[in-house]
Write a new protein. Structure first.
Length: 385
């Protein structure tokens, strides 16, 4: 008897930007999933040949989400303009798992309050499944698993143009909604084992990675969930953003000297209109672990790749999509319990069981990544397609 092909798992991807498109394409290239894009922005949906997409969402937000979620088994939010708690509520009402790549600690907390409801329905809620929070949070959690109470851990992440551009050394790589929040919100951290809030754009230092020097400074949003559950595990846990040298001084000039910290809409508009939009980027991730007077580093470099048609596809979109798709893959495989999946809860060893994470591990090292990481080597990763 000929086995019947399995019906692809329907997944709604909310959004039409580069992150949403990369997630939808990655899922679509796996025959187990049927991804469809949906957005309220009719213009953004035009010209998306090769993608399954719904008609532009209309009516009230509640009505639009109800229509879009109907018949879906999972919903991935990749549109920063939509309120994540409302989308999560609509997904649960439709009997669908919910995942997002949002960076908002407040929306993550609101979604977490529905954990019991989701668990009783046999569904998962996975906020913060992008790069940071998301994949980087998982790496930080893995470092915490190996740490002693007196250790100090600093997590560094940079999403950067391949080469410095302009005096900021920066570009429009993945939008500015999240970046504005990172640069202006309080930064959750551990000091002497206790949760604290650090001011953003402080604790400047210079580090060398991938043969170059980068400046590092505190930013918000990436380790909030991990800080809340890690008190006492280590003495210090801090997150810092990486930028090309000189970036911080210009940003502080804009926010502090020109007073744009009181007019964030102007700051956001300035960055959006002034900085070029690019796809050719690189993602730097490094974890510094200080223990008993010794220091060790684990680091990774992800670079942009090309799709089968030769178009450049950004490293950050692929790294982000790989993590959220791998998390969904594990959910569907029954390898996560129903209810809340907090950022960092799914460790890298489990994530690597999904073929999606292999898309950003292609060509990393000759040894298995987990062996290389424990030896403290530097991985250079060419994202695969």
């Amino acid at each position: 008897m000929t086995p019947q092909p399995q019906t692809p798992f329907p997944v709604l991807v909310l959004g039409a930007g580069r992150m949403a498109r990369r997630i939808a394409r990655m899922l679509g290239e796996d025959g187990r999933f049927a991804a469809v894009l949906a957005s309220r922005d009719a213009e953004a949906l035009t010209g998306l040949d090769g993608f399954n997409r719904l008609a532009p969402l209309t009516g009230t937000l509640h009505e639009a989400l109800s229509v879009a979620c109907r018949g879906q088994r999972a919903v991935i939010l990749a549109d920063p303009t939509l309120p994540a708690p409302d989308v999560a509520r609509a997904a649960l009402a439709a009997g669908a798992h919910y995942l997002d790549i949002a960076e908002s600690a407040s929306s993550g907390a609101a979604i977490a309050r529905r954990a019991q409801e989701a668990a009783e329905a046999g569904l998962c809620l996975a906020p913060g499944c992008g790069l940071a929070p998301g994949y980087v949070t998982s790496l930080a959690a893995e470092a915490l698993d190996r740490a002693a109470p007196a250790d100090q851990i600093t997590v560094f992440v940079g999403v950067l143009p391949t080469e410095p551009m302009n005096r900021l050394g920066y570009a429009n790589i993945w939008g500015f909604e999240g970046l504005v929040s990172e640069y202006t919100g309080p930064c959750s951290a551990l000091r002497k084992g206790h949760p604290v809030e650090l001011p953003p754009l402080t604790e400047h230092e210079t580090i060398c990675l991938d043969g170059g020097a980068f400046e590092a400074f505190t930013t918000s949003g990436s380790l909030d969930a991990l800080v809340q559950t890690s008190a006492g595990k280590v003495a210090d846990l801090v997150f810092k953003t990486l930028r090309y040298p000189g970036h911080l001084d210009y940003i502080r000039f804009l926010l502090e000297d020109l007073g744009l910290s009181r007019r964030l809409y102007q700051f956001r508009t300035l960055l959006t209109t002034a900085l070029p939009r690019i796809e050719e980027d690189r993602v730097l991730i490094a974890i510094r672990h200080r223990s008993q007077g010794q220091e060790r580093w684990d680091s990774r470099l992800f670079t942009a790749g090309r799709d089968p048609e030769g178009r450049i596809v950004s490293a950050v979109s692929t790294a982000t999509a790989a993590h959220v798709c791998a998390t969904l893959d594990l959910i569907l495989g029954g390898q996560t319990a129903p209810g809340l999946i907090a950022p960092g809860q799914v460790r890298p060893a489990l994530l690597r069981r999904s073929p999606f994470l292999g898309l950003v591990m292609t060509g990393a090292v000759a040894e298995p990544p987990e062996v290389a990481i424990h030896r403290g080597v530097h991985e250079t990763v060419k994202v695969g397609f």
